[in-house]
Write a protein that binds this ligand. Sequence first.
Ligand code: AMP
Ligand code: GLY
Length: 422
Amino acid sequence: MKVMVVGGGGREHAIIKKLKENQTIDTLYAVPGNGGIARDAECVDIAATDLERIVAFAKEKQIDYAVVAPDDPLVMGLVDELNAIGIPCFGPDKKAAIIEGSKVFSKDLMKKYGIPTAEYETFDNAEAALKYLETSAIPVVVKADGLALGKGVIIAQTREEAFDAVKSIMEDKKFGKSGDQIVIEEFLTGPEVSVLSFTDGKCVVPMISSMDHKRAKDNDEGLNTGGMGTVAPNPYYTEQIAAECMEKIFLPTMNAMNAEGRTFKGCLYFGLMLTPNGPKVIEYNCRFGDPETQVVLPLLESDLLTIMQAVTNETLAETEVKFSNGSAACVIMASDGYPASYEKGFEIAIPDDVADHVYVAGAKLSDGKLLTSGGRVLGVTAVSKDLKSALEESYAMVGKVKFDNAYFRHDIGQKALKALEN
Ligand code: AMP
Ligand code: GLY
């Protein structure tokens, strides 16, 4: 079988490593992949957003199954185009991917169907938004409607910051057309939980829960990043909370999308906040999270391709989705300076005994050498019997991976460990 995975980050590396366990796959393509993924799949130099060339490539190679991992090609409709030439895919079609592609859509969906989320207002002009902010509660959260590389959310601690956020998004068009509309919402507090789920539109099967660490620096200081590390499971996410989420959030969301004629098939990601008033949705993503995938999939004991195909064929209810009862920790090694400016082009040395645990995100091959080429360079994941030992093993491996200008947080998982003690 020939399988194509679209995307080129650590998340895609984790998907590819997991898919490789399936013996029926003889060729795995990564489009575009990266220098580290090249160790595990055949990389094809086509951008994940170049729909036309991806479709032509898939046709030429007679791809049997495609996994579309990143948000942009999903929101642009790559799954629709591949389906149109007869290639089955894992990932939502364009109509369903809007759940991530438009925050105005997702907020209005939650309001219409009574799914718990922060109170909000939407605006399509800056004047009205600024007027609203004159009397709103502070802190307040300003969000660009569309995709913004994970940077479209501003937590404003003061009224001035909120005004500036509206101006930069709506007037200076910092995120282009993604800022034509904005959501202004209530600031919530509580532990955050990421729950990735498989859904075929008939049932929702949550994967093991996880916790991201979004800020660049230790103690949750510094700028927001794409994620500096993850642990799974998330100790705040108890069985009781999981049951409540299934009843009030997961199933209602699936049913709402069906009722809107936008059946979601793929990985639906619930970004949750466990507030004093119960779990609420902070965001939906129409795809696997990054770096959540790097801790969730290593704990998956069932075959990933079988599950993905069951989602496509709408037979998920009859398919085994089993997770180990151990823990996983992933520490991201980044280029110092990320998410602002940083230098790249440094050689990366990964010892053989660690390589299986490394998920490469920002690296390219040049004359046979692996060189840093991005902000988040790689993630190192350890799976162990409990969180404490997974963290120890992960950090021990981080110590063996070398490149100049490397930066990583030293406190990944500490909050989770404390929560376990209580
Ligand atoms: P997002 O890009 O939607 O994942 O948002 C980035 C981060 O902003 C989230 O992980 C939360 O930590 C925070 N955030 C988003 N919305 C809210 C909110 N309504 N209240 C408090 N924090 C929020
Ligand atoms: N780790 C958050 C995301 O993938 O959006």
